[in-house]
Ligand binder design. Structure first.
Ligand code: NAD
Ligand code: MG
Length: 389
């Protein structure tokens, strides 16, 4: 067996970051941690550093002089250190588990440096669009998706070309409000949205799953990853999250990938593919997961899905604007500055007047992201009934 593969985990203290560490812990013979990053100093991060002995740890939001670490290795500070981490020559694999468009530069840098990018941070792909795809296709780097649906599709496709595919069918749990009458949505508080029925996730993606913005981001993500037209990507609600997605081939064969919902399976796959490493997961049990149920998406009740698809069809900087405006709306919702119905209102109002423009440079995407945030904040501040500014 050759040298161990070096891994950088960006966003190591989050939900995906912690699951990644669980996977790495079981495979120390195959992987070695080169670096971790987190936004803030946390006891958990010091403990990870002590356990995994990385070459460095990055803190993006914590100033150096406010930090007295327990781990005595190399600490780096500031968000520019993310790009250095993603391109470190000791790393073979970069796990991008950051949240939001903050991960864009790291995604691009990792691909340009020829790394395997285990991509959880879907917002960076959606915002960067063709820029990210070009960095991938024109270079020696590669993207292996961590998102469970895309991992499923990647495994079902097994490298077959997109012209053999008729349709992708992404599954969606439907989120915590799958069966709630839309008339009651005004009563939803952030704690309700954070209680996801099948997945235990970070707060931003939990809210995105509740509004179905997550599924719109995932349709665009699938379109970019697998080179399949947006109109050939369907979504079906599957409340128990056992079937992670389907690929329908033109010869009439439809493939699916199944498993109990744990992100450790797609993370392990993204790290090791095409190898299948052994693991100690609960054995799959078809009887226990029976019956598998599917139902249509309630598009009328969840406008964030349609708004996102529309942004995907417009293309250019519109997906970046959708994603950035959504980040602002979700932040405001989590602080109880915006109600649940306010999320689509804010994002739609930003997108309605969006004049597009090509997403042909990092500067163009970063500028669109900033402008969408500015407009979204304005709408959040101006909403009826708001007090304070
Ligand atoms: P999380 O909030 O639990 O963790 C985010 C991590 O990134 C933390 O370590 C945090 O310190 C760091 N971070 C956050 N904002 C940052 C910033 N601006 N700059 C630098 N570091 C920052 O998030 P999560 O649920 O693990 O999600 C991570 C990504 O994976 C998201 O893009 C999400 O959509 C995607 N994803 C998550 C899941 C899941 O099960 N949690 C599933 C599929 C996809
Ligand atoms: Mg997903």
């Amino acid at each position: 067996m050759g040298a161990r593969q070096g891994v950088v985990v960006l966003g190591a203290t989050g939900s995906i970051g912690s699951s990644t560490c669980n996977v790495l812990r079981r495979h120390v013979d195959r992987f070695r941690v080169v670096g971790f990053s987190a936004a803030r100093r946390a006891e958990a991060l010091d403990l990870l550093a002590i356990e995994f002995e990385p070459d460095f740890v990055v803190l993006t939001d914590t100033p150096e002089n406010s930090h007295t670490p327990n781990w005595t290795g190399e600490w780096r500070y500031g968000s520019s250190a993310l790009v250095d981490a993603a391109t470190d020559e000791r790393a073979d694999i970069v796990v991008n588990a950051l949240v939001g468009s903050a991960g864009l530069e790291a995604t691009l840098a990792a691909l340009q440096a020829g790394k395997r990018l285990a991509l959880a941070n879907k917002e960076s792909l959606v915002a960067g669009g063709a820029l990210v795809v070009d960095a991938w296709r024109n270079g020696t780097g590669e993207i292996i998706p961590v998102d469970s649906e895309h991992s499923a599709i990647h495994q079902c496709l097994a490298g077959r070309p997109s012209d053999e595919v008729l349709r992708l069918i992404l599954t969606a749990s439907g989120g915590p409000f799958r069966t709630m009458p839309a008339g009651q949505f005004a009563t939803i508080r952030s704690a309700d949205a954070l209680a996801h029925p099948t997945w235990d996730m970070g707060s931003k993606i939990s809210v995105d799953s509740a509004t179905l913005a997550n599924k719109a981001l995932e349709v665009i993500e699938a379109h970019l990853l697998f080179d399949i037209g947006l109109d050939a990507i369907d979504v079906v609600v599957h409340p128990t999250s056992i079937v992670h997605s389907f690929v329908e081939f033109r010869d009439g064969s439809t493939m699916a990938q199944l498993g109990f919902p744990t992100m450790e399976v797609p993370i392990l796959y993204a790290l090791a593919a095409p190898d299948r490493l052994s693991n100690d997961f609960e054995p799959f049990d078809p009887v226990r997961v029976s019956p598998l149920e599917f139902e249509p998406l309630r598009r009328d009740a969840f406008p964030m899905f349609e708004i996102g698809l529309a942004a995907g069809r417009v293309g250019g900087t519109a997906p970046a604007a959708y994603s950035a405006a959504n980040e602002i709306a979700v932040e405001a919702f989590l602080k109880d500055d915006l109600d649940f119905l306010g999320i689509p209102r804010v994002v739609e109002s930003v997108l309605k007047s969006w004049d597009g423009g090509p997403a042909d440079s990092v500067q163009a995407v970063v500028a669109a992201d900033a402008e969408a945030r500015r407009r979204a904040l304005e709408v959040v501040g101006n909403r009826p009934g708001h007090v304070g500014c």
